[in-house]
Write a protein that binds this ligand. Structure first.
Ligand code: AMP
Length: 113
């Protein structure tokens, strides 16, 4: 059963896509938790951080650079933002396809819930 993110990659369900390249896709979260809430995913179906292999080092690094560029493109880099990668059950992960949350547009609090 493909995840909802795989179905977005395959264009089976719509998404508000803000960035795409050969390796990754970014789109707005359907239930935004901040004025700017974008999800960045690799196109390869990696379930979570825990499923990354050592061979994924270049991809993992690239995802961080895309986050950097997305934050600039969305105009939130200067004010700041938060990047969250929920992982596994206790981490609050609900979709088993690796994704970075880019949250911005309001001050964030700490500790997270
Ligand atoms: P997580 O709880 O970290 O696994 O995050 C999953 C995120 O995916 C949640 O913030 C959801 O709101 C978001 N989400 C679920 N379905 C969709 C969808 N069809 N389009 C955009 N975002 C979605």
């Amino acid at each position: 059963m493909p995840t909802v993110f795989q179905r977005i990659i395959d264009r089976e369900i719509p998404a508000d896509i803000v960035y795409e390249d050969d390796d990754c896709l970014a789109f707005r979260d359907i239930s935004p938790q901040a004025p700017t809430h974008v999800l960045l995913i690799p196109k390869r179906p990696i379930a979570s951080i825990d499923a990354l292999s050592d061979e994924d080092a270049a991809l993992a690094g690239r995802l961080f650079l895309v986050i950097r560029d997305l934050a600039r493109q969305l105009g939130v880099a200067e004010a700041g933002y938060r990047v969250v990668v929920n992982t596994g059950s206790n981490g609050g992960q609900t979709v088993e396809h690796l994704h970075f949350h880019l949250l911005a547009g309001r001050p964030m609090t700490w500790p997270p819930g």
